[in-house]
Design a protein around this ligand. Structure first.
Ligand SMILES: [Zn+2]
Length: 118
């Protein structure tokens, strides 16, 4: 299966909620998403739905369904930008702690979008 198919299957299973931050994601239409949630297009960009490898490719993770979840662009990039990438479990824990303190996304976004997925 190609990565796009795996991403879509994961996103549907997750109701388009990010695996890490649990915020709503968009798949095709950034502008529509921004309008719907009353945020700017720039703010909406981070919520693009991406395929996230639980075990990163560089650590031997492959493109199989059990290794792919759907994550927003921001969470995906942030995890892999860390000098030593955390395991997906530890990273998810760290993100949810920041979410509880409303310190993961900009505060305007927490106000507009927080709780949509819960
Ligand atoms: Zn996210």
């Amino acid at each position: 299966m190609c990565i796009q198919t795996l991403r879509r299957a994961a996103a549907l299973k997750q109701n388009f909620c990010c695996w890490y931050c649990d915020f709503q994601m968009w798949e095709r239409n950034c502008e529509e998403f921004a309008r719907k949630h009353n945020i700017s297009v720039g703010e909406a960009k981070r919520f693009q739905c991406t395929a996230e490898h639980l075990i990163a490719r560089r650590d031997g993770g492959t493109d199989i369904a059990s290794n792919i979840v759907a994550a927003c662009l921001f969470c995906n990039r942030t995890r892999h930008r860390m000098p030593s990438a955390l395991t997906h479990k530890r990273y998810r824990h760290r993100v949810s702690r920041a979410i509880r303190k409303k310190k993961w996304h900009p505060s305007s976004i927490h106000a507009a979008l927080g709780g949509v997925c819960r």
